[in-house]
Each structure stands twice: as C-alpha cells, then as structure tokens.
Ligand binder design. Structure first.
Ligand code: GLU
Length: 287
C-alpha cells in the first residue's frame, strides 16, 4: 500500500484523562491527514506517571469522539531498544556525556555561580544546565560509571549544532524557521529513570512512523528547533510542522490534566454528545 501523502499523528501520554485541549489536538491532527493517514502513538516513557487505565481511556475517549486511526498503535515503552540505538549513534559521534547531577546539585551549582533566582539562564525546558559534568575529569567520570552510579545522558548541543551547520524547518503558520537548538543548552536525551527522553523518542518515532506533518500545540513550538537538530544528527527526514493554538479554561489559562471538569470522560458522563464535545473542542460539525 502506498504511504498516504499527509500522515499525521496524535501522541498523548497516558498520565491522566484526556481533556478538551487533547480533543482539539487529536481532531486537528486527524483533519490534516489524508485518508488512512492518521496515527496514534502512546508516549509512555515515564514509568512513574503512566498508567494502563489512562492508556485504555485514550482509546475509549478518542473512539467515542468519532476518531479512527491506523493500527497497530505504537507504544514507546515497547521500543526502548530503538532509542538506545539512537543514543549509541550519538555516543559514537562523541556528542553525549553522562550527567550524575541531582536537581538540587544543579540548583546549588547555579546559585554558587552568583545568579539571582530571577536571572537564572533558562531555555524552553527550564533552567539551563551549567555544564558541571561536561567538564568533569575523565578519571572521575570513568570511576563513577564503573561503580554503576545512576546518570542521565546529555547532548553537547553547541558542538552538535556546529557539526550540522545551519538548519531550517517549516511551520505551516509561522513559516520558515532557522533552527535554534542552542537555546536548550545541554539537553537530557536519556533520563536517569528511563533510557530516553521526550525529545529523542518523539524525533525517532516521527521518522519511524513516516509522519509527514507533525501537528501539536504551540507550547511545543520551541521543541521543534531541537528536534530538527536531532534529525540532522541521526540522518532522519524532516517533516512539515503545524503548531496549533491552545484551548484555554474559564480562567484563561491553558487546560491541564488536573482540570477534571474539562476531561472528555467528565463531559461524557455529564450527558454531552460526541458532537457537542467536538464543538467545545473547536471542531463543530459542518451542516
Ligand atoms: N506526548 C506529548 C504530550 O502529551 C506530545 C508530543 C508531541 O505531539 O510531540 O504533550
């Protein structure tokens, strides 16, 4: 079967019930796809927060909304070997280093460098890593690895960006973008508790699933700069992007999983029909 011209995906994490913001994102994604081109991916790399009942609820709620997706559904926790291979590729390019720091040590290190809390250098994922473990003496690093000390793997982002040279990507609303991955600093690509990270897994999976158009909320716009760098390093294709606006709650803030009143489940139990929920999510049915 030929690959459909526009293949999109909705990629929720099963860490809570889906809300109207997710409904918007899923409906938006499905609306952009050509027929048979809408995929679903379960992003469950976080062992502490993901639950099977939330995964089942994703399937139930999306089907109730009237969505259909291609099977099989890719579940990230089933593919840790794939992410390990991508890390090995980056390791071979000498672009990763182990980081043993705890969150507290990072904060202390930054405070020590004399920054006031309001002027901490920060990027799209929060405070920038001060580089402590990057500059660690090779002997100490080897010793700590030899005793099996828990560590994350960080990318030498500036070195990686220098290696690839200037990169661009395209967003269907914002237009041509010059990738600026350096704003993330030395980002974590494998966490201490799981052998990957959101950034690595999503980039690898979009390529494996032959996604041609990545649709997601504009809160993840900056992430695409980093994903573009990872694509170049791992020799993966670059899809087109469409970052959509976010649905807000009555307080004007974007919805979060804790806003239980806005969950699809709650609205359904409250007697709303799928058509009504689609309308609430900004996708009223055309007459
Ligand atoms: N799993 C991410 C989330 O639930 C979405 C990732 C993406 O669409 O790139 O926020």
């Amino acid at each position: 079967m030929p690959i459909p011209a526009t293949r999109t995906r909705f990629a929720p994490s099963p860490t809570g019930y889906l809300h109207l913001g997710h409904a918007h994102s899923a409906l938006f994604s499905a609306a952009q796809a050509d027929s048979d081109g809408f995929l679903l991916r379960i992003e469950d790399i976080d062992p502490g927060r993901c639950r099977p009942e939330f995964e089942q609820a994703i399937f139930d709620d999306l089907a109730w909304l009237g969505l259909e997706w291609q099977t099989p559904v890719r579940r990230q926790s089933d593919h840790m070997d794939v992410y390990r291979r991508a890390l090995a590729q980056l390791q071979d390019m000498n672009l990763l280093y182990p980081c043993f720091c705890t969150r507290k040590q990072i904060q202390d290190e930054i405070a020590h460098a004399g920054h006031a809390p309001h002027e901490l250098p920060s990027g799209p994922d929060g405070t920038l890593y001060p580089g402590t473990c990057r500059h660690m003496d090779a002997g100490e690093r080897a010793e700590r690895l030899a005793i099996g000390e828990h560590h994350a793997l960080r990318l030498k982002t500036d070195t990686a960006a220098a290696m690839t040279g200037a990169l661009t990507w395209h967003d269907r609303t914002a237009g041509e973008q010059h990738a600026q991955p350096e704003s993330f600093g030395d980002v974590v690509l494998a966490r201490k508790d799981t052998p990957t990270s959101y950034h690595l897994a999503v980039t690898v999976d979009d390529a494996i699933q032959a996604i041609t158009l990545v649709t997601r909320g504009e809160d993840l716009f900056a992430a695409s700069h980093l994903h573009r760098l990872l694509q170049a390093l791992l020799e993966l294709p670059t899809p087109d992007y469409h970052h959509h606006g976010l649905i807000t709650g009555p307080n004007g803030k974007r919805l979060a999983k804790r806003d239980s009143g806005a969950t699809i489940r709650h609205l359904r139990e409250d007697g709303k029909t799928p058509a009504e929920v689609r309308t609430l999510a900004g996708f009223g049915d055309q007459a």
